[in-house]
Design a protein around this ligand. Structure first.
Ligand SMILES: [Zn+2]
Length: 74
């Protein structure tokens, strides 16, 4: 008997097999836009895009208030 699994673990190309079903997710990822944040002051146009969930929400440089999530209507 040959234990094939041990050989696959040492083969980087083996990762392509299970990831094949994930390929469509690359395209669907474009639907998830970076959340946009804006200053809660209505007359303020400061906006900021959160590209990573690790990023902290910044303050508006003008009003020194934490930006809020801008809920866009699709
Ligand atoms: Zn502001």
């Amino acid at each position: 008997m040959v234990i094939a699994s041990s050989a696959e673990q040492n083969h980087p190309g083996a990762a392509q097999l299970p990831n094949d079903s994930y390929t469509p997710l690359v395209g669907s990822e474009s639907r998830v836009e970076s959340p946009r944040y804006r200053c809660p002051v209505a007359s303020c146009h400061q906006t900021w895009y959160r590209h990573s969930s690790d990023e902290d929400i910044p303050h508006c440089p003008i009003h020194d208030v934490v930006m809020i999530r801008d809920s866009k209507v699709h």
